[in-house]
Design a protein around this ligand. Structure first.
Ligand code: T5A
Length: 212
């Protein structure tokens, strides 16, 4: 079998729903099927973008982070990530599996923080041009489930995880709205044991790439 051209797959959803875990699973599965795979994340993915991530996620600054500054930093990191990693990998025929992308900006900064959605769309066009994910796997689980899973890890709570439930409910409404708008977004029931989640992910990938 000749492996097909590169594909851009993004994973989206609330906190702790299983994105990192399932990206690793899908990367292994695709490699077993003969594809070259790059896994990455946002904000982050390159040296400079990871430095921006550190500031965005840092739990405490001596001054509050302005919503517009937060938005622009997300897109600054994304511009760096696209030029430094995502576009070269796709051009080389690799599959890029990315933990969050612009749908997170619309959901978190737009629906969560209340930043004007049309302004985010303008920035999106400026930074991405016409590049969109081929497929977005939206892992859906109740807020309490994601929180319980995330709290099982040793990491310190970051600036977003410290938000109240009402913020995350708006974020989830954002993902719901985006999924209604874009056919590339496929909802995956992440409120089930991992084998079921992974079966649904493989099904979505086979629909995208019937040769697999
Ligand atoms: N952000 C990001 C914005 O505000 N705007 C933007 O534009 C972008 C790009 C990034 C933060 O930045 C914000 C959103 C975020 O708050 P992050 O570190 O990427 O921060 O945070 P999360 O996306 O929340 O990532 P997490 O690592 O917290 O969660 P994951 O990756 O979804 O979950 P994962 O895989 O680590 O799993 C958590 C635990 O659950 C278990 C796993 O084994 C693990 O222990 N698990 C399951 N257990 C049982 N059943 C299942 N089905 C399970 N799936 C996973």
């Amino acid at each position: 079998m000749t492996p097909s051209a590169g594909r851009f797959i993004t994973f989206e959803g609330g906190e702790g729903v299983g994105k990192t875990t399932n990206i690793q699973f899908l990367a292994d599965w695709l490699r077993q099927h003969g594809h070259e795979v790059v896994t990455t994340r946002e904000p982050g993915g390159t040296e400079i973008a990871e430095l921006i991530r550190d500031q965005l996620l840092k739990a405490h600054h001596d001054e509050p982070m302005d919503d517009l500054a937060e938005l622009l930093l997300m897109f600054a990191a994304r511009a760096q990530h696209l030029q430094g990693l995502i576009k070269p990998a796709l051009a080389a025929g690799k599959w890029v599996l990315c933990d969050r992308f612009s749908d997170s900006t619309l959901a978190y900064q737009g629906y969560g923080r209340g930043v004007d959605l049309s302004m985010i769309e303008q920035l999106k066009r400026l930074v991405q041009g016409s590049l969109e994910p081929d497929l977005t796997l939206w892992l859906k689980a109740p807020l309490a489930v994601g929180r319980a899973r995330a709290s099982g890890r040793a990491e310190v709570t970051d600036r977003f995880e410290a938000e109240q439930d009402a913020f995350f409910q708006r974020v989830e409404q954002g993902f719901e709205a985006l999924a209604r708008e874009h056919a590339r977004i496929v909802a995956i029931d992440a409120n089930q044991a991992l084998p079921g989640v992974q079966q649904a992910i493989v099904q979505a990938i086979k629909t995208l790439e019937p040769s697999l």
